[in-house]
Design a protein around this ligand. Structure first.
Ligand SMILES: Nc1ncnc2c1ncn2[C@@H]1O[C@H](COP(=O)(O)OP(=O)(O)OP(=O)(O)O)[C@@H](O)[C@H]1O
Length: 215
């Protein structure tokens, strides 16, 4: 059981790979850190692990099953098992939606009822914020809503791509604590991508440099 990248090679321009033969394993219930210099391909790998993009070669496996296709073409059994939290909550939310509808989105897609108020409370959002739209809340509050949306998806694996880079130290610590407790309580496996090696060292079970996982 794990989310695995196996020998991933990928890039954006033919003959100029960004990732070469990269392998990484995220076991359930663990926090795995990924760091490395800017522009070396961490986000590229994250998008491939989340089935948002397909690699040129190599394979992603979710609990042993190879992923075929991307986004909505991924098989129903595997779709939604990996959730991604991005750096910018504003770029990943619809400015017309309220926080309640943002958090409840995975339920609408899956035809499942979600206790939005309870999830909001879990990530530290009070009920009065739920009727607000993104421009009426802070970056930290909106990122909490994005985390609640990810959790509402009930993913087996969560990828946080610089998800706390825009937040202050206190909000970062609160979100990381939440992710840690979710990992230990529900067994969600987490990949934390960050330039902050100190942060990764403090909360992760293992930290990899992108260079060290390229063969
Ligand atoms: N959509 C794209 N089209 C073309 N090139 C891209 C695209 N996305 C990323 N790149 C390039 O691929 C390389 C890797 O980018 P990526 O964002 O994966 O790196 P990163 O390690 O996450 O960087 P950072 O730490 O700055 O977020 C960079 O040279 C970048 O310019």
């Amino acid at each position: 059981m794990s989310l695995q990248a196996l020998g991933i090679t990928s890039g954006y321009h033919r003959n100029r790979p960004v990732l070469e033969n990269v392998s990484l394993k995220i076991p359930p219930g663990r926090l795995i850190g990924l760091t490395g210099p800017s522009g070396t391909g961490k986000s590229t790998l994250a998008r491939i692990l989340a089935s948002l993009d397909a690699p040129w070669s190599g394979e992603v496996r979710i609990d042993g099953s190879p992923v075929v296709g991307t986004k909505f073409s991924v098989s129903a059994a595997l779709r939604g098992t990996v959730s991604m939290l991005f750096q910018s909550p504003r770029a990943s939310t619809d400015p017309r939606q309220t926080l309640a509808s943002i958090i409840g989105q995975p339920g609408d897609i899956a035809g499942r009822t979600i206790d939005v108020v309870a999830l909001a409370a879990e990530v530290g959002l009070t009920p009065d914020l739920l009727s607000r739209r993104p421009h009426q809340v802070s970056d930290g509050q909106l990122q909490r809503a994005c985390l609640a949306r990810s959790l509402a998806q009930q993913p087996k694996y969560l990828i946080c791509d610089e998800a706390t880079a825009m937040l202050d130290a206190a909000t970062t610590a609160a979100l990381i604590r939440l992710i840690e407790s979710r990992a230990s309580e529900t067994g969600v496996g987490v990949l934390l991508i960050s330039h902050d090696r100190e942060l990764l060292g403090a909360c992760c079970d293992a930290v990899h440099d992108l260079d060290s996982i390229s063969a």
